[in-house]
Write a protein that binds this ligand. Structure first.
Ligand code: HXC
Length: 258
């Protein structure tokens, strides 16, 4: 598969994806969106890949949707094409785990993209923000909802209404990011974490992801039933038998992915 705006390499069972529009601080134009849609579909379909890291440059993870591309769009253009919605839906439908490794600016659609990840690892240089208000609009790819669920109303409202950026330390304290690391170590740390995930039994990884995400989608009583059912179903997997036998026999497990 060839892509125009992203670099993709496979490191064992981990896919490393780097947004590569440095001249525009990785602004998300329609080519980036098309590349990411194709990439996430390919990742989900590739049985050799079990975790993915998406990163940007030192200066910017992504500085938002491409303002130059959006500038002359009308409401009808946006409504009729639903471009951003199709993109968001596809990325969020990714079943396998993926991590956003964020250094520098993650603004507008860039912040929204990072928040679509299963979790964010941030460099100490990361700056998150939803500055759409300064352009006369509002977040359109989940920012107002995911940011609020991640950090609560007070901070999310302040950020959306003022457009102010939140630094990495504050983002960690507020619960937006899982961990902050030195900028120079960002990709290595994210890859290490991804490798740890990729070494887990793949079906259980997908199930764990699905269940944590359910906390944002379903009422507690229903989500708890789903949790029990998936837990029970996993007892039929070969990897459950192997995982428990390996524990008892004090040896490493060898996963089959079934
Ligand atoms: C298009 C962008 C861009 C963007 C930066 N660039 N952000 N182009 N869309 N979102 C371009 C600049 O025009 C410039 O190109 C080059 O990248 C370098 O940017 P500078 O502004 O010169 O860099 P700097 O002074 O360091 O400032 C960095 C910055 C600033 C603070 C991140 O670029 C900025 O405020 N960018 C816009 C952030 C933003 O508002 N994002 C939200 C977008 S709306 P040239 O050719 O001049 O060198 C959005 C909606 C999502 O995301 C919802 C969709 C449904």
């Amino acid at each position: 598969m060839s892509y125009e705006t992203i670099l993709v390499e496979q490191r064992g069972a981990v896919t490393l994806v780097t947004l590569n529009r440095p001249q525009a601080l990785n602004a998300l134009n329609s080519q980036v969106l098309a590349d990411l849609i194709a990439l996430f579909a390919a990742y989900d379909a590739d049985e050799s890949q079990h975790c993915l890291v998406l990163t940007g440059s030192e200066k910017a993870f992504a500085a938002g949707a491409d303002i130059k591309e959006m500038a002359d769009k009308s409401a009808a253009d946006m409504y009729l094409r639903e471009l951003y919605s199709e993109w968001t839906t596809r990325i969020c439908a990714t079943r396998k785990p993926w991590i956003a490794a964020v250094a520098g600016f993650a603004l507008g659609g860039g912040c929204e993209l990072a928040m679509m990840a299963d979790f964010i690892i941030a460099a100490d240089t990361a700056k998150f923000g939803q500055p759409e208000i300064t352009l006369g609009v509002a977040p359109g790819m989940g920012g107002s909802q995911r940011l609020t669920r991640a950090i609560g109303k007070a901070k999310a409202m302040e950020m959306c209404l003022t457009g102010r950026m939140m630094g990495a330390q504050e983002a960690e304290q507020a619960g937006l990011v899982a961990r902050v690391v030195a900028a120079a170590d960002l990709v290595d740390e994210a890859l290490k974490t991804a490798q740890k995930i990729a070494a887990m039994p793949p079906m259980a990884a997908i199930a764990n992801k699905e269940l944590v995400n359910l906390a944002f989608e379903a009422p507690l009583s229903q989500a708890l039933v789903s949790e029990r059912r998936l837990f029970q179903i996993l007892f039929s997997s070969e990897d459950k038998a192997e995982g428990m036998a390996a524990f008892i026999e004090k040896r490493p497990a060898i996963w089959k992915g079934r």
